[in-house]
Design a protein around this ligand. Structure first.
Ligand SMILES: *[C@@H]1O[C@H](CO)[C@@H](O)[C@H](O)[C@H]1NC(C)=O
Ligand SMILES: *[C@@H]1O[C@H](CO)[C@@H](O)[C@H](O)[C@H]1NC(C)=O
Ligand SMILES: *[C@@H]1O[C@H](CO)[C@@H](O)[C@H](O)[C@H]1NC(C)=O
Ligand SMILES: *[C@@H]1O[C@H](CO)[C@@H](O)[C@H](O)[C@H]1NC(C)=O
Ligand SMILES: *[C@@H]1O[C@H](CO)[C@@H](O)[C@H](O)[C@H]1NC(C)=O
Ligand SMILES: *[C@@H]1O[C@H](CO)[C@@H](O)[C@H](O)[C@H]1NC(C)=O
Ligand SMILES: *[C@@H]1O[C@H](CO)[C@@H](O)[C@H](O)[C@H]1NC(C)=O
Length: 610
């Protein structure tokens, strides 16, 4: 009771504070920018109002690299800023450095008052088929609005013609006296919202308290929705740096992360067996895994992944190759800052000179670097795509890339080591994984994919999800690896077409095999296949055979006894949904995460009451 009252009081207090500050801050523009006929001057549609302590200030805007604006120089000239400022702020090597499409670029602008609005003015030449809306939304990603453009130029959108020069007011603001004096805010950054962003995610990315961002935009916890192609102001104490802004916060592992101790009769059996047979069992399992891992050459899978690195081998020079050719050229600047660049000697000693005893098949090796386990993969060809992608991802359920090494034309990627190896080595035996562990693994995989689909920027499709590409850590929590085939679907339609169908037999969705259509639903299909393997303990070819012989999925599950019987129908329904032939009928990954969390909770309570 008391804490409830406190919470209510706190809320009221918070809103009172919010209210008293409201007039001094800038309202969030919301959705009104999509309708050019609305010119509601109670919001900031026409621009942020000129209420800063200083009439002119340095501020920052974010922009996502997108052709034709994907190099330092093209972006700098669009915003009429000095390209050396842009390259240093974004850790770009030269002004011709090109950013991967969708990468966030931070641009410094001078913000000043123009009438009652604060803005940074750009000169812009009208292109074929431009409209105010297109310039504001598509070209500038929400950094201006059609309403502001029309007001600024006093010409209607219909009267624009190619070659005409107009002034584009970029939305920016200077901190108010209160922000400067009481909150220590020195800069306001106009951040362009993309899909998957929330005020929380954006704030954390720049190390700002969420409530500060909410207040700066006159938003509240209850009303914190943000829309793509609009701007939100981020109150910053220090100039933004690309390093902290591009490393998304590690999303907390799902609530189910700690497996609750089992309080049941069965537990005692486990404990007893554990105490008595622990050492024996462990060594047997270890030996078994060792043999399994060693016996199963992963060459096929590995080479398949490497095929996708189509870039040429870097040229070798006679003398010191590493100084002649800068392999870091293909990497985004921020990668070099967040990842460790290993010396080849470190890797050599970690893997006893890449001897077979540390090999895990193919070109994978296990070793110890500074006391920590690491998985090392050698890649002949261009690995910069995989490095750039993995360096942007930070999620408990996705294998972390800790660094890399470039030596004599080959890349060596160093990943975190998931000590229990790949899932495929574990799913077949009932005694190795309990039903709760199986469902937790499925939920982990779904959570990792959900991050790739809905929170990575731009979104990615893994394209090669299978039991060999999922790794288990010491607590049997799953991590998705081998992202060598991952493909961005960009920010547009949510799908791309490819003529190059790659992946693993049995996991490929019909629309991909037939039309090369790549969307997140491709991973949903593969997840459905993988989930059915996890809950039946049979691999995809076995399953296919038994189903062709007329066994229903449901029977297989009941017979297999991998799951409590009461959960079978829920899991079967989920699998069926994921395997729907029409990709549009399949659920999205966030829906799957939700269903699986419910099933897992039920499984835990079943297990503890057993
Ligand atoms: C909003 O616009 C109206 C008329 O266009 C004007 O009278 C009013 O002062 C404006 N309000 C603000 C806050 O600028
Ligand atoms: C835009 O053009 C005007 C007139 O040509 C010029 O005075 C101004 O400096 C230009 N602004 C920028 C930011 O280049
Ligand atoms: C402009 O629009 C016309 C028709 O509306 C189209 O044919 C043309 O390809 C477009 N041009 C560009 C550059 O998009
Ligand atoms: C705004 O621009 C984006 C990116 O080009 C585009 O995908 C989106 O459809 C545009 N919004 C509207 C309402 O046209
Ligand atoms: C905008 O243009 C119209 C005529 O085209 C003119 O009457 C009006 O004064 C102009 N307004 C401003 C603010 O320049
Ligand atoms: C405001 O202007 C003063 C004097 O030019 C400067 O020292 C201060 O840093 C400025 N403050 C902000 C927040 O831009
Ligand atoms: C924001 O929340 C944190 C704790 O979550 C609190 O310490 C801080 O005072 C709050 N700031 C404002 C401006 O309300």
């Amino acid at each position: 009771m008391i804490s409830d009252t406190n919470a209510v009081l706190f809320r009221i207090f918070f809103f009172l504070c919010l209210f008293s500050l409201a007039a001094a801050q800038q309202p969030y523009v919301g959705k009104s920018t999509t309708d050019c006929s609305v010119s509601d001057n109670s919001t900031s549609v026409l621009g942020y109002s000129c209420n800063g302590l200083n009439k002119t200030c340095l501020s920052y805007v974010t922009f996502r690299s997108k052709p034709p604006f994907s190099t330092v120089s093209s972006i700098s000239s669009l915003f009429s800023v000095d390209s050396s400022l842009v390259s240093s702020l974004n850790n770009a090597a030269t002004t011709s450095t090109s950013f991967p499409s969708g990468q966030q670029v931070i641009i410094p602008v001078t913000c000043s008052c123009s009438g009652s609005y604060s803005q940074a003015n750009l000169n812009y030449t009208i292109q074929q088929n431009d409209s105010y809306f297109f310039i504001a939304n598509d070209t500038l990603q929400g950094l201006s609005t059609c309403q502001a453009l029309e007001k600024q130029n006093n010409v209607s959108s219909q009267s624009l013609f190619p070659g005409m020069r107009i002034v584009v007011p970029i939305r920016c603001a200077c901190p108010t006296a209160k922000q400067v004096n009481e909150d220590g805010v020195n800069y306001l950054m106009s951040y362009t919202v993309v899909f998957g962003d929330t005020v929380d995610i954006i704030s954390q990315r720049f190390g700002v308290e969420t409530n500060k961002t909410l207040i700066a935009n006159q938003m509240s916890f209850e009303n914190a929705g943000v829309f793509p192609y609009t701007t939100i102001l981020i109150p910053l104490e220090n100039p933004p740096s690309q390093v902290n802004s591009l490393t998304p916060p590690p999303p907390p592992p799902p609530a189910q992360s700690v497996s609750p101790p089992l309080k049941s009769k069965k537990t005692w059996v486990y404990v007893l067996a554990g105490v008595l047979g622990g050492a024996l069992v462990l060594s047997v399992i270890a030996a078994a895994i060792f043999c399994l891992v060693k016996r199963k050459p992963k060459t096929q899978e590995e080479t398949r992944n490497f095929d996708s690195f189509t870039a040429k081998k870097p040229p070798k020079s006679d003398q010191d190759q590493e100084s002649e050719f800068d392999p870091l050229d293909g990497l985004s600047g921020m990668v070099v800052d967040t990842l460790k660049v290993y010396k080849f000697n470190e890797l050599r000693s970690a893997t006893s000179d890449f001897t077979s005893s540390s090999s895990i098949g193919g070109s994978g090796y296990i070793g110890k670097i500074n006391g920590d386990g690491a998985m090392i993969k050698k890649i002949e060809g261009n690995a910069s795509e995989e490095i750039n992608l993995l360096s942007k991802l930070n999620h408990f359920n996705i294998i972390r890339l800790s660094g890399f090494c470039f030596h004599e034309g080959d890349w060596y990627l160093v990943y975190e080591h998931a000590s229990n190896g790949s899932l495929s080595d574990w799913i077949h035996s009932k005694s190795l994984l309990s039903s709760t562990q199986r469902l937790q693994i499925a939920l982990d995989i779904a959570t990792g994919l959900n991050y790739l689909h809905n929170f990575a920027d731009p979104p990615y499709v893994h394209r090669d999800l299978n039991s060999g590409n999922v790794f288990l850590d010491y607590e049997f929590r799953a991590k998705i690896g081998n992202l060598g085939l991952a493909k961005s679907t960009g920010e547009g339609e949510g799908y791309v077409l490819t003529r190059h169908v790659e992946g693993t037999r049995g996991y490929l969705a019909p629309e991909y095999l037939e039309h090369g259509l790549v969307s997140t639903k491709l991973d949903v299909y593969a997840f459905g296949v993988l989930l059915s393997e996890i809950v039946t303990g049979k691999d995809v070819s076995e399953l296919k055979k038994e189903i062709e012989e007329g066994d229903a999925m449901e029977e297989l599950l009941v017979r297999g006894r991998f799951l409590p019987e009461g959960l079978v129908s829920f899991v079967v329904r989920l699998v069926d949904d994921c395997l729907k032939r029409d990709h549009l009928d399949r659920p999205s990954m966030d829906e799957i995460v939700l269903s699986l969390s419910k099933i897992l909770t039920a499984s835990k309570s079943w297990e503890s009451s057993y």
